[in-house]
Structures are given as C-alpha cells and as structure tokens.
Ligand binder design. Sequence first.
Ligand SMILES: Cc1ncc(COP(=O)(O)O)c(C=O)c1O
Length: 446
Amino acid sequence: MAPITATRDRTRSQQRFERAQQSLVEGVNSPSRGNAVYCGGPLFLERGSGSHVWDADGNEYVDFMMSFGALIHGHAHPKLVAVATEAIAEGSHFAAATSAEVEAAERFRSMVPSAEVVRFTNTGSEATMLALRLARAHTGRTRFLKFEGHYHGWYDPFLLNAHGHPPEQLGPPENPARISDSEGIPPATFDDVVLAPWNNIAALERIMQKHGHELAAVITEPIMANMGCILPREGYLQRLGELTRDYGVLLILDEVVTGFRYAPGGCQEYYEIQPEISTFGKALGAGFTVGAVAGPRSILDRMRWSDHMVLHYGTFNGHRLTMKVVAANLDLLSLNDAYSNLHAVGDEAIAGLREVFRRRNIKAIVQGFGPMFQIYFTERDAIHDYRDYCAYADTARYSRFVHLLLERGIYMTPSNGLHWIISTAHTKADVAALVEAADHACADLT
Ligand SMILES: Cc1ncc(COP(=O)(O)O)c(C=O)c1O
C-alpha cells in the first residue's frame, strides 16, 4: 500500500499567503483558489511532476485537481517540456500565420467529429463568447437558452444561476428564479436569456414550445461539470438535439471540461451527438492557455473578413508556443491506449472510494465515470441536476473531507462544485494512495 505522508506543516504557505494579500485581491487571481474555499488559506504549490505536486513547505501530494482539468498529461510531461522549450527558443509568438497553428488545427479536426474548421481562442470563456456571437449572427436571433447550474465562463450573459443557492430561493423548475452570479452586469443583459432546468425533457419541451422560435442557440455542458459531475439522463442530449433542430436553434456543446477527456472527440463522440458549434479549452492545452470553437464552415466562415463579419480578434490567438504544445498533446492523446488507461484508472478510483464509503457506513456517492468524477455526501442515490445539488449535497461535509485528505497527501479543491480529474500520468499507486487516505479521512470525518 502507498505510504500516507502527514502534511500538516503549512508555515511557508501561510507566510506567502500573508504576503500575497498585500498585492493581490484575496491573495490570489481567482476566488476559487483562496480563503473562500481553503480553510486557513491556500497551499502554495511550487512544483509538479507527473501526478504529484509539492507545496512551499515541501509536502508532497498526489494531485487530483490537475489545474481544474487542464493537465491531461499531468505536470511537466517530458515531451511537452521539450516541445515548449524548443518553441520558446525559436520565438514564442509572432501574431502571424504559422505552421504550428495549422498542425494543431489538422490534429484537432482529425479527432473531433463536428470540426470541419476550428478557430483557436485563449480561454474557454472566449470560446463560449465567440460561439454565442456566431450563433446569433447565423440565425439572426438574439435570445438563447442556458441551463441552471451550468457554467460557461465569465462572459456577462452566461452568469445566471451558475452558482449554488439555497433551494428555497430557486423558484419553480418550469419558471426558475433568475439569480445573477455577479454584480456589474446590466440587468437587461439577461432579458435575452431563457433559463431552463437541465436533465428534464418535459420541462425542456414546454420551454422550447414557448421560446424555441426566438432562440439563436441552446448552450449546454454534455456532463454537468460545475456542480460536481452530473451525468445526462439516458436520451436527454439526443432529445435536446432533436428539439434544437426542430426549432432551427443551434446547439452549442460546451466541451471546455469534457473535450479530449472522455474520448478523442470528447462527449460528442462518446454520446454520439451532433452539435452545430462546440467549444473547447482546458485539456486541449495540456496546461497552456487555449480555447477553441469548432463547427461547420457554413457557420464559422462568418468570421471571414467582410462588412458583415462576426468579429473575433486577439493578439494571442493561435499563440505559436501553445499551438506546438497543442499538437504534441493531441499526438500523445492519439496513442493507442491513452483513453482506455484514463478510463481504467478513473474507474478503479471510483470503485475504491465507493468501497471505502460502504465499509465505513458513510452516506456518500461517487458520481461519474472514467476520467472525471465527484463525491457527494448525500442520502440520495444520485444527483441529477442543479436543484438536487442545492438541496441534497452536503457541501460543508465535502469540504471537511477534502481538508482531511489535504493533510494526508491528496491534493484536491475542497469545492464540491468541481470534480476529480484523472490524467494520463495517474497510476494504480496513486489510486491506492487516494483510497487509503480516504479511508483515514472517513475515520476522522465529523
Ligand atoms: C464548462 C465550462 N465552460 C467554459 C469555461 C471557461 O473556461 P476558462 O476558465 O478557460 O475561461 C469553464 C471553466 O471552468 C467551464 O467549466
């Protein structure tokens, strides 16, 4: 059995956090990394190799957060380090046409079924922003539908009901209360947003009957990844595809989390669905910042230069160094057993955790499969949607559990809204370490 290392000395992390707060808001660059999530302040991570990371105090962890899923090959994969090192020596970026972006795009197209053409952006948020603009231009319609609990980046119109709230604030599912996730967004922005509960075909049919004819797009995550890991009900995504086609609405599949993770072609390949537009990020860049919009020429060609074009500029689009890494990343993912290994290691971790909770008689479920999953402390058999998550997931208990794991050499965010990530660097020994740490954590869990 893998050794469990106690990692309780946090002195240097705490000192660095004190210092960080002098110059950075909350000492971090995103609220999900700071005190709002990590009790006693965040761990300062200083180094990573494969599936392991080390903090400022020298504590070692198996990393199951993997940069919120960006690190599909773990930390500092030797091939990616070599490619990035060579690329930076030649000139990291020219903001000009390069062979690197062509090579990345060719590999992308060969893997993603719906990608007749691709446009690279710098983040997932930019990709979803562009996808919506394209859909509006293509259909000549302005309104779009988003689902409760789905996060598509931090662009204004997407920031409706993307955070969890107490169930009594949510309103009826057929007419959800509309809760902005951010100050500073003009309320009129949300006039164009139709909000719907996810995983509920009857509600969707009713809403599409009422609003379908006025919608440019429906945007959805194929697996809900920002309320943990919530799987689509059998046939749900297929029915969603039929309804959007019936009403002439474009389906935007947001594969920023699931893309290049579940299958070479992401969830659209795994679930056999045909989105008009899909968006990518995270695993595409293997740790470098990139996003992408993919789809048919008939839609993406609207970005061609003309008086009526869809504008998409960006100094760093198709960043040369990143494109070199993207191409190398996709080559690694195209190796024969990459996906079968991701699924096998993930399924083993899920089975191991379920067995620990069963043996310890703890009311918890592990939801998801293969390369991505989440633990919910709940009396329920499954969490099917945002409302289940808000009502039945004991997020405070989850946070206590993850803090106990952090003391036992497992790195993960204590936020229940995120999910556990398996990379190609994870091994059976890492899974054994997780299961043993979980067993110890359960013994101490209050
Ligand atoms: C489903 C989904 N879409 C879009 C985004 C935004 O991506 P980024 O953080 O790269 O801007 C995220 C980020 O977590 C996401 O989970």
